[in-house]
Design a protein around this ligand. Structure first.
Ligand SMILES: Cc1cc2nc3c(=O)[nH]c(=O)nc-3n(C[C@H](O)[C@H](O)[C@H](O)COP(=O)(O)OP(=O)(O)OC[C@H]3O[C@@H](n4cnc5c(N)ncnc54)[C@H](O)[C@@H]3O)c2cc1C
Length: 389
């Protein structure tokens, strides 16, 4: 396998790296952020900077204003963008918008794309993806979907509660998963200002890197025209896979950038800070942590690149994306945890970005499927394949 990147991709990588260093990192301590993420004003400024740099929404097609990046190219660019917690917001490649745009390009009608996708790709609007529900509704087990969509004339009437909905506050539209009368799951598109949609509250969370935070959304008799179904009725779970396999992987890419940033800071500190007569890095205990970091970072990158390459070959990669998600979320977490340790007291304070990366990253082992659920699903596939052979 040839790991050499083509010259145009190397150029894009270098361009993204400089953009993040010069235009994004200086805004990391901007006051227009709170515990629920960057404000809309800050997001717009970041997006404008990326637009001027020619880096906005690079993953969507050229027709939609992007660069039409392959999955492998995304792996390279998203890692660079992820070096700053504001980078994915700037490039308009953060969750949930990045995954939603991918799904919209794959499934939405031409009219739906013009109405919702085009302004989103231009960075003018945001979206959310509403699937998870409080008990007894869907969580790790999506089949427990409790939100209902009942046909009434030319419309569907949606009722239910969703929570953990990233970016819900001030999102312009939502993709809502609901159960039809025959029990089949369907995805609906709806503007967020439609009657009956209420953001009950924003949940206080460990992370603060997603614009709009994580909201609790109530849908009460929300009337959605049948024409606003995304794709075909009853194919909600299939489309969830269309969205989730690549979306899981793009989380891995962005968080790899954050883990690399933490590692770079830890290396720098370990080289400069002395204890017991020599730099920390020359103490075996610290040096081994740096070596372990490097191994975890490279293992993550290889899983990402391999799965991205398979996606580019047209494979669905449900198994591989589960595997990459578990490997990356756990390896990258270990990296950042070691960095906290290497930085000593500063590691648990806001003196360096590492504390922030540590708290922002924790949820990665839970959303888009907890590690246990991916292991369980992989185990079933492994056993099934063995039985079939
Ligand atoms: C920061 C954040 C952002 C999110 N954003 C969104 C969003 O934008 N849209 C959206 O729809 N959802 C979102 N989610 C929800 C997320 O996808 C769910 O939290 C996740 O799927 C787990 O569901 P749950 O929280 O209901 O956990 P539960 O289903 O209650 O599971 C709890 C725990 O049980 C264990 N478990 C479950 N099943 C198994 C099994 N088969 N084997 C072994 N152990 C198991 C796991 O350890 C799991 O963590 C987000 C969550 C977080 C934390």
């Amino acid at each position: 396998m040839n790991f050499e990147l083509p010259p145009e991709l190397l150029e894009l990588q270098a361009k993204t790296r400089s953009f993040i260093a010069e235009q994004v990192i200086p805004l990391e301590n901007d006051e227009r952020q709170n515990s629920h993420g960057p404000s809309e004003a800050l997001r717009r400024e970041l997006v404008e900077r990326a637009r001027v740099a020619g880096l906005l929404t690079p993953h969507v097609s050229r027709d939609m204003g992007g660069l039409g990046l392959s999955h492998v190219a995304k792996a390279v660019v998203f890692e660079e963008a992820g070096y700053s917690w504001l980078g994915p917001t700037a490039l308009n490649i953060h969750a949930p918008d990045e995954g939603n745009m991918h799904l919209m390009e794959a499934v939405a009608s031409a009219a739906q794309k013009e109405r919702w996708l085009r302004p989103q790709a231009a960075g003018q609007t945001r979206s959310c993806f509403a699937m998870t529900e409080p008990s007894p509704g869907s969580g790790s087990d999506p089949s427990m979907l409790a939100t209902t969509a009942v046909r009434d004339g030319e419309d569907y009437v949606i009722n239910g509660t969703k929570w953990f909905i990233t970016g819900a506050e001030d999102a312009h539209y939502a993709i809502v998963m609901a159960k039809m009368e025959d029990g089949a799951a369907t995805m609906f598109l709806t503007d967020m200002d439609r009657d009956g949609i209420v953001l009950a509250r924003n949940m206080d969370a460990m992370d603060r890197c997603f614009t709009g935070g994580h909201g609790v959304l109530r849908f009460t008799d929300v009337r959605v025209p049948a024409t606003d179904i995304l794709g075909e009725p009853g194919k909600g779970f299939r489309y969830a896979q269309v969205r989730l396999a690549p979306a899981r992987l793009t989380h891995c890419m962005r968080w790899l950038g954050q883990a690399r940033r933490a590692h770079d800071l830890a290396v720098d500190y370990a080289r400069r800070r002395e204890a017991f007569g020599k730099p920390l890095a020359e103490h075996e205990g610290v040096g081994f942590m740096l070596a372990d970091n490097d191994m975890d970072l490279q293992t993550s990158r290889l899983h990402i690149w391999h799965t991205a390459w398979l996606l580019d070959q047209g494979q669905k990669c449900n198994f591989e994306s589960s595997r990459a998600k578990v490997v990356c979320s756990e390896a990258q977490w270990r990296v950042v945890d070691r960095c906290v340790q290497i930085l000593g007291g500063q590691g648990v304070t806001a003196e360096t970005p590492v504390m922030r990366i540590f708290t922002d990253m924790r949820a990665f082992r839970i959303y888009d499927g907890p590690s246990e659920v991916h292991r369980w699903s992989m185990a079933r596939k492994i056993v099934r394949a063995a039985q079939a052979s």
